[in-house]
Structures are given as structure tokens and as C-alpha cells.
Design a protein around this ligand. Structure first.
Ligand SMILES: [Cu+2]
Length: 148
């Protein structure tokens, strides 16, 4: 008899704990993360966004015209069936070097950088060397122009 009573008490306690646990996790969810997403490193200038399609023959945006201090967001995707080639965007002077493997227009690869130097810089596909083309990758070229 005593054992049954103890078991019942234990079950009630466990049920209570589970109930309490689920309510706290659902109430702890509210968005305290909002400020974090709005504060990327050092964004001084305006945000310039580009949609970039990379095919075997080139970039859809061949010249990115920027002002010093701009924060650049490139929504880049690889042409259908080309993700394995690891085409990408490299700009040595601005520290950009990223392969683009998304082929989904609704979920592109996001490449972000700041225009920290004035000049005209070569934008090229530097990530192909790791892809299936290796050293024989096609010449995909563009320019990044940053003015005062
Ligand atoms: Cu490439």
C-alpha cells in the first residue's frame, strides 16, 4: 500500500515538473535577439545590395559601383547545375573570397563586406581552384569601383 502511495506522489511530482518545464521554455522564447541582428561590426555607410548570378561565362553584375564606407550585401547564386564548380567572388584588396554554392533564388549565399579602400579592384572567381575545374576554371571577371 505504501509503495503505491509513494509511486502516485512521484508521478504527480514528475507530471508537475514536466508541466512547469514546458511552460517556462515557451515563455523564454520571446525575441531578445532583435538588437543583435541590427548591429553588424562597423557599418558606417549605407547598405548597397546586389543580386548576383554566376554562370560559367560570367557575373550578372559586372561592375559594382560603390562609395567609400558602403556596406555591401551580395545575394549570390550559382547558375542551375553549376554549384559543384564552386564559382565564387574574390576581391583581394577588400578581403572578399567566398564560394557560391546556392542555386536557389529564394535562398542565395550572402556575401557581405565594407568598401574600405578607394580604387578599382578586380573581382574574380578565386574559389574555382578547389572545384572540379581546378586550374582550368573559366575566366569569370568583374570590377569593384570604390570612389570617395
Ligand atoms: Cu568559377
Amino acid at each position: 500500500m505504501q509503495k503505491i502511495a509513494i509511486a502516485l506522489v512521484a508521478m504527480v511530482l514528475i507530471a508537475g515538473c514536466i508541466g512547469g518545464g514546458t511552460t517556462t521554455t515557451t515563455t523564454a522564447a520571446p525575441t531578445t535577439s532583435a538588437p543583435a541582428t541590427t548591429s553588424p561590426p562597423t557599418t558606417t555607410g549605407p547598405v548597397k545590395t546586389f543580386d548576383m548570378l554566376i554562370t560559367h561565362s560570367g557575373y550578372s553584375e559586372k561592375a559594382l559601383n560603390l562609395k567609400m564606407g558602403d556596406h555591401v550585401v551580395i545575394n549570390a547564386r550559382a547558375d542551375t547545375g553549376t554549384a559543384a564548380h564552386k564559382h565564387g567572388i574574390t576581391v583581394d584588396e577588400l578581403g572578399v573570397n567566398k564560394a557560391v554554392t546556392s542555386e536557389d533564388i529564394n535562398n542565395p549565399d550572402k556575401i557581405e563586406f565594407d568598401a574600405t579602400k578607394v580604387g578599382t579592384f578586380r573581382m574574380y572567381c578565386g574559389t574555382c581552384k578547389d572545384g572540379i575545374y581546378g586550374a582550368n576554371h573559366p575566366q569569370i571577371l568583374g570590377e569593384v569601383r570604390v570612389t570617395e
